[in-house]
Ligand binder design. Structure first.
Ligand SMILES: [Zn+2]
Length: 171
């Protein structure tokens, strides 16, 4: 295969049940995939998106979170019962999820665990989308001038369906 022209960049979770190529039924060269536990956005993720958007002209970025995400569960546990024993590296992931999820706790969302986890997954996807839309001058310029679209989607492990719930083009 000479060169590549992926039509979408996917920032997804490392969860073994959510490989982007299989979820979206795509082949080699179709998707530029970045995977990290909890689909969090750190500088290396932003750099990867910038690289693909600039180098390959890809104009669609999908943040793909999913139901029953272990990174979200770990963050909820940490909020309920802070642990000193967590590795600093794992903490770096939890700390990136925490701001989006903390709000749900503070807003007094005293609901059942399942609903809280569901809301937290979506809040975290929205936070990553927001971070990509506003955390980089290069991406901001591509969004404003070149039609780069950053959307948020949740894959349901239960149904196998992807819900594009944060898509500015559909509003
Ligand atoms: Zn996950």
């Amino acid at each position: 295969m000479d060169g590549q022209e992926p039509f979408a960049i996917v920032l997804g979770c490392s969860d073994s049940r959510v490989p982007a190529e299989i979820v979206f039924d795509q082949g080699l060269g179709d998707l530029f995939v970045i995977r990290v536990a909890g689909n969090v956005v750190a500088p290396s993720q932003i750099g990867s998106v910038e690289f693909a958007a600039e180098r390959f002209g890809t104009r669609l970025v999908v943040v793909l979170g999913h139901s029953m995400c272990g990174a979200i569960a770990a963050t909820l546990e940490e909020l309920e019962q802070p642990s000193e024993r967590r590795s600093p590296n794992l903490r770096a992931i939890v700390d990136r999820i925490r701001p989006a999820v903390e709000g749900l706790f503070e807003a007094g969302v005293r609901t059942d665990r399942e609903t809280l986890a569901h809301l937290a997954v979506r809040a975290n996807i929205r936070a990553s989308v927001d971070h990509l839309r506003h955390g980089s001058e290069i991406l901001e310029r591509l969004i404003e001038r070149d039609g780069l679209l950053v959307v948020g989607a949740e894959y349901s492990l239960e149904s196998g369906l992807v819900d594009f719930f944060d898509d500015p083009a559909r509003r």
